[in-house]
Structure formats: structure tokens, C-alpha cells
Ligand binder design. Structure first.
Ligand code: FAD
Ligand code: SF4
Length: 399
């Protein structure tokens, strides 16, 4: 990447926190509009100007090959694997591969700062984006804040600090806006470490989700929708509570997810250099996608700290996805005993590894396609990327 004379880029006044965002109800609070880079919002916002194709080309030198089944689903990549830290970081979301890579990059001087998100003192789920300059600050950002987080709100500080080498950790909508303004940031080197992301909520929505789903909402430390078709809640006392997906109170939870997340098709963070999630890996393992050479450089730093295995794929998701479409649409909730039984059966015979990832992508893309079609019909054609149209096209959707 060549350096840019950033004094020449255009600036506009950041919006006040209470002002309505240009993407209106579709805003994911990515943080761009909290900075003077709001000047570029019409081109940069993932919900105003979907441009994954062009940005894939800018970032990885080519857009995904839609005729390659793995690229159609998971985006441009050189390598995919399952991995876990041999010594997991206590309190990380999974085994802490994300935090470990960030710490190594800082310790080795590859970057001067890391954009990541801690939580406020008062509320463990209230996001507080920062530019970390020490390993301790990165560690304090470990674990998901399962809420919309304005990670890009610190971008003005990057430029003001004169930093030239930066790592940004973030989810798809944040990274799309970041890529669109990347050349204006005055950086010599930008690394992007992404996680997949789906079904995010605002802080009030999170409270509703916890209260309708967990037996003890106030003691939840973190949660994850796991590959065994259950939500796992970890509580303050170290205990784990599990609730089968099929037992979720869909009728009450229908409006809980943010409209931005109901209209997102970048589940797998297409524009990051390296993606670390879990859904394409066996239970207990993380899933890594190396998208380009920068991603490879980042992963090399932790090769000695992780064990890996090849990705696998088992089962057939298609019937389960097709059945779930009208069930979700009608807000069907099973009695808990039936949900538990269904969970046990599907865990035994259901999709595993990459097929589980495809199950999750298909279920969310079909749901989101219907949402956009019904709520923002004028956006449907432009907003849904070609790869998502092909994925959704495999299923029969209700009107
Ligand atoms: P850790 O070492 O614990 O680090 C987590 C990092 O995430 C921190 O650096 C922090 O800065 C960053 N972060 C935390 N919250 C946010 C946020 N709201 N926005 C941006 N960055 C944040 N993976 C899947 O495979 N499938 C999914 O469906 C899926 N859904 C997710 C939904 C959300 C809202 C988020 C934030 C992540 C999701 N992930 C998903 C990713 C997965 O849960 C883990 O974050 C990932 O595997 C990294 O785990 P770790 O132990 O290496 O991370
Ligand atoms: Fe602005 Fe980001 Fe909201 Fe789009 S999603 S309106 S860029 S804050």
C-alpha cells in the first residue's frame, strides 16, 4: 500500500451521538459517522453502498470465484483450517487466537496500535472501542461484546496520533467501511483481523434476549450459538447453561436482532486479511480463513502456539434449512422437551464442520433476504451481493 498525503482528504463534521445516521434504521453503529470520515459515508457505508465485489478486488486483488463452491460461501481464501490454542487464554471467547495474534503483532513491532473493543467499567456488555498500545490493553478487550460496537469511532485518533502501522480487529460492516476509507487514513500498513458476525443486537435488545432465554440473565458473562445447535451461556460462577436453538422463543425474539444484522450478507467478513471464527470447525475448535498474504503473515506469528487440523464436512444441510424457513417466518416455538429432543437428534445426524457453516449461512441469508424484500424492497437488487443471491436461490421462499 502506498502512503497517502492525508492532510488532503476531505473532512466533515462528525455526527452527535443522538443524531440519526445516514443509513437510518439500517445503521449498525460501526462508528464511521462518529468521525470526520463521515464525509465518505455515501460510498463507504455497508448499508448504503454494498460493494463487496469491488472491495474484494482492492483488498485481495480479485473478487471471489462464484463457480468455486467454497469461495461462493466463504469468500476469497488461500487456506482454511481448524485450530485452537494449546494454552487457551482464560476468559477469551474461544481459545483467544484473535487476542494472541494481536499481542504478537504489537510485541514484534509489526504495528504500533490495535483497534479493538473493551467494555465500560459499569457494564460488561457495553462496548468501548480503543486503540490498544500494550498487550494488557489487548487482553482487556478479549471476549465478544455481543452488541453493535462503534469500532471505527477511534479512526480520527489514528490519524491524529501519526501512527503508520495499524491492526484493526472487527466485524464485517465495520471492515467494509474501513476498506472504503483505507487510503485516506495516512497509513503505511494496515492489517485487518476479522471475525464472522451474525444476529447482533443493541444493548436493550441484548437485555431482552438474555431475559427471554437465560434462567439467570444478570450473571451471564458470555454466550455463543454453538455447533451443537445450542446456545451456551457461561455464568459468573463458571457454570454453563445450554438452551437448544429450537427452543428459542422466536415469536418474542423476532424483533430483537438489529435491522442492520437482518439485512447483512457479509457473515464471513469477506474483506478481512485473516478471519477467525468457529462455525466451520468441529466443536471446541476455532475456524481460520487466510484470505491473502497479510493474513498469512499474521497467522505465521502464532503457528507454534496453536494446534491445527484440516477442515472437514459431513451431513446435508439442505432439508433442515428449507424446513426452518417457514418455521422462523411464522415464529414457531417448540415446547422445551421437543426442542431438546430435536437438538439431540440433529446433533447426531445433522451437518458438521463446513456443512454446519453452510447451514448457518443459508439459514441467515434466506431470513435476511426475506427481511430486505419485505422491508426495503427498493434496496433488494443492489444491496444483496451476487454470491448471496445464488445461495438464497437454492431454496423456496414464502412471499
Ligand atoms: P478473543 O481473543 O476473545 O478476542 C475477541 C476480539 O473480538 C477482541 O479483540 C474484541 O476487540 C473483538 N470484539 C468483541 N466484540 C466485538 C464487536 N461487537 N464488534 C467488533 N469486534 C468485537 N463466529 C462464527 O464462526 N460464527 C458466528 O456466528 C459468529 N458470530 C459472532 C457474533 C458477534 C457479535 C461477534 C463479535 C463474533 C462472532 N463470531 C462468530 C466470532 C467468534 O465468536 C469469536 O469472536 C472468534 O472465534 C474469536 O474468538 P477468540 O477467542 O480468538 O477471541
Ligand atoms: Fe454511518 Fe456506519 Fe451507521 Fe453506516 S453503519 S450510517 S457508516 S455509523
Amino acid at each position: 500500500m502506498t502512503s497517502v498525503d492525508f492532510s488532503k482528504h476531505k473532512k466533515a463534521k462528525a455526527l452527535k451521538p443522538s443524531s440519526r445516521r445516514p443509513a437510518k434504521e439500517l445503521c449498525s453503529e460501526c462508528g464511521l459517522c462518529d468521525t470526520y470520515y463521515i464525509h465518505y459515508v455515501k460510498e463507504a457505508c455497508a448499508f448504503i453502498n454494498q460493494q463487496i465485489d469491488e472491495l474484494e478486488e482492492q483488498t485481495h486483488t480479485r473478487s471471489r470465484n462464484l463457480d468455486n463452491p467454497d469461495e461462493l460461501y466463504f469468500g476469497v481464501h488461500q487456506e482454511m483450517m481448524a485450530a485452537r490454542k494449546t494454552e487457551p487464554i482464560p476468559g477469551a471467547q474461544w481459545t483467544g487466537i484473535v487476542s494472541t495474534i494481536a499481542i504478537e503483532m504489537l510485541n514484534r513491532g509489526m504495528v504500533e496500535g490495535v483497534v479493538c473493543v473493551q467494555n465500560t467499567k459499569e457494564d460488561r456488555f457495553q462496548p468501548m472501542p480503543i486503540i490498544a498500545r500494550t498487550p494488557e490493553e489487548i487482553l482487556a478487550a478479549r471476549v465478544n461484546k455481543p452488541t453493535l460496537s462503534p469500532n471505527l469511532s477511534v479512526l480520527e485518533q489514528v490519524e491524529k496520533s501519526g501512527m503508520k502501522r495499524l491492526l484493526v480487529i472487527g466485524v464485517g460492516c465495520q471492515i467494509q467501511a474501513l476498506r472504503a476509507v483505507e487510503k485516506k487514513l495516512g497509513l503505511e500498513k494496515l492489517y485487518v483481523l476479522g471475525t464472522p458476525c451474525v444476529d447482533n443486537v443493541n444493548r436493550a435488545g441484548l437485555q431482552k434476549f438474555l431475559e427471554t432465554t437465560s434462567k439467570s440473565p444478570d450473571t451471564v458473562v458470555y454466550y455463543e450459538f454453538m455447533q451443537d445447535f445450542r446456545v451456551h451461556f457461561k455464568h459468573e460462577d463458571g457454570s454453563t447453561e445450554t438452551v437448544p436453538f429450537f427452543g428459542l422463543k422466536t415469536n418474542q425474539l423476532k424483533d430483537v436482532f438489529a435491522p442492520s444484522c437482518m439485512s447483512c450478507f457479509d457473515y464471513v467478513n469477506s474483506l478481512a486479511d485473516l478471519v477467525v471464527g468457529y462455525m466451520g470447525a468441529p466443536f471446541g475448535w476455532q475456524w481460520i480463513l487466510v484470505r491473502n498474504e497479510r493474513g498469512k503473515e499474521m497467522l505465521e506469528l502464532v503457528r507454534d502456539l496453536i494446534e491445527t487440523q484440516p477442515v472437514m464436512s459431513k451431513g446435508d444441510r439442505k432439508a433442515a434449512v428449507q424446513q426452518s424457513i417457514p418455521a422462523y417466518d411464522k415464529g414457531v416455538t417448540l415446547p422445551m422437551w421437543a426442542a431438546k429432543l430435536m437438538g439431540v437428534v440433529i446433533e447426531k445426524i445433522g451437518p458438521k464442520g463446513l456443512e454446519y457453516a453452510r447451514f448457518s449461512i443459508d439459514s441467515h441469508f434466506t431470513r435476511n433476504y426475506l427481511y430486505v424484500k419485505r422491508n426495503h424492497p427498493q434496496k433488494l437488487e443492489e444491496h444483496v451481493p451476487e454470491f448471496a443471491k445464488r445461495i438464497v436461490g437454492q431454496y423456496k421462499l414464502p412471499e
